[in-house]
Design a protein around this ligand. Structure first.
Ligand code: FAD
Length: 375
């Protein structure tokens, strides 16, 4: 067993780290405070080859594996959890999804713009009445009209929607579920940006489709293929997104260690108190254990193994671990942790999203248990 990352993965991680230290770290607090996504920095990452890491080179990507994309996601999330979320949604939920499932002409049309950062992508599955039961509760419809399709309905909680150009949309016609690539220019509207507890700066919004007419070339894989697209992609999506909470948690631990070495009470550094040491020891151990599982799940996703339990377990453990580590880090900072002068409260607010977005902790438990019982 080799625990060393590949040279190319280390090179990408170092490149992203250098970029994030210069461009994201100085504005991370402002991104949260003003709830504004820095689009220019996102586009610059595209120009520098940091988007579309898993996209084949013929479409402008780097042709790398899910583990590399996960490591990149952890690095960005270390500096800004909300930038990391938008990065993951664009690259993994949209670009990689198109790369895995779309036809050659669709890939040629959409992937280069998504990889260069010229276009931003949104995955539209969740609806006001359809969250965990995304397919069963779906109300967005498509029907054949002339040479193509007409799409009607609305989506909510869609990451990047307020700024997106390309929308990967799931819709139903009776019992048939299909996936479409829509463009803002088709008449897609994003009427509302949703204000949130955390992940501020990652724009989340509603999306509405009113009599949107598109040609047959916009359907992915043909009619009735949405279920296979969703289920076949879940391992890759969960495996990569698990690295987001790991990045937030690693940052919180680093800040807690620094503070423990500086802050003095009762004439001692607080890091000398055993109750603080116990917290730090558990934070480190939980983080390292969650990362090992994340590496394994990303490796298995690369190998296209169909067992969903590792990817679901990985994101469940990573997100619960991040909630607990960011909360302990805030506690170590005492009153300063609770104040907005320090970033600890932001880390906790950002971390909690990963227990809800991309499927809740409860749904992940169900997926893991069902897979175990079936096997
Ligand atoms: C910031 C943010 C970004 C998001 N980005 C996207 C995106 O880009 N694209 C997209 O399509 N969606 C996105 N989502 C939506 C997200 O995937 C859903 O919020 C999530 O799947 C849960 O759906 P829900 O909010 O409707 O909760 P519900 O499904 O209504 O769940 C409510 C509660 O009931 C529990 N529950 C539900 N079913 C069961 C069950 N069978 N057993 C036990 N408990 C159950 C849930 O775990 C939860 O605790 C995002 C959400 C957020 C908050």
């Amino acid at each position: 067993m080799d625990f060393k990352l590949k040279d190319e993965t280390i090179a990408i991680r170092d490149l992203i780290k250098e970029f994030a230290v210069k461009k994201i770290e100085p504005i991370a607090a402002r991104i949260d405070r003003e709830d504004q996504f820095p689009v220019e920095i996102f586009r610059e990452m595209g120009r520098l080859g940091m988007l579309g890491l898993t996209i084949p080179e013929e479409y402008g990507g780097a042709g790398l594996d899910y583990l590399t994309e996960g490591v990149a996601m952890e690095e960005i999330s270390y500096y800004s959890g909300s930038f990391g979320l938008s990065y993951g949604a664009h690259n993994n939920l949209v670009a990689d999804n198109i790369s895995r499932n779309a036809g050659k002409e669709q890939k040629e049309k959409y992937l280069p713009g998504l990889v260069s950062g010229e276009k931003m992508g949104s995955l539209c599955l969740t609806e006001p009445g359809a969250g965990s039961d995304a397919l069963g509760g779906m109300r967005t419809t498509y029907e054949s009209k002339g040479d193509g399709y007409e799409i009607n309905g609305s989506k909510t909680f869609i990451t990047n929607a307020p700024l997106a150009d390309v929308f990967l949309v799931y819709a139903k016609n009776g019992k048939s579920y299909s996936a479409f690539i829509l463009e803002r220019g088709d008449g897609v509207e994003t009427p509302k940006k949703i204000r949130k507890f955390g992940m501020r700066g990652s724009p989340t919004g509603e999306v509405s489709f009113k009599n949107i007419r598109v040609g047959k070339e916009r359907i992915i894989k043909g009619e009735g293929q949405a279920k296979s697209i969703i289920y076949n992609g879940l391992n890759a999506e969960r495996a990569v997104l698990a690295f987001g909470p790991l990045g937030i948690a690693r940052r919180a631990l680093d800040e807690a260690l620094n503070y423990s070495n500086q802050r003095e009470q009762f004439g001692k550094k607080i890091g000398e108190f055993e109750l603080i040491q116990e917290k730090l020891a558990y934070m480190f151990t939980r983080l390292e254990a969650a990362r090992l599982l994340a590496y394994k799940a990303a490796f298995l996703a690369k190998e296209k193994v169909s067992d969903p339990s590792f990817a679901a377990a990985s994101i469940m453990l990573a997100s619960e671990t991040a909630t607990s580590i960011t909360k302990d880090a805030l506690q170590i900072f005492g009153g300063y942790g609770y104040s907005e002068e320090y970033p600890l409260e932001r880390y906790l607010r950002d971390a909690i999203l990963y227990e809800i977005g991309a499927g809740t902790t409860e749904v992940r438990k169900i997926v893991i248990a069902k897979a175990l019982l079936k096997n």
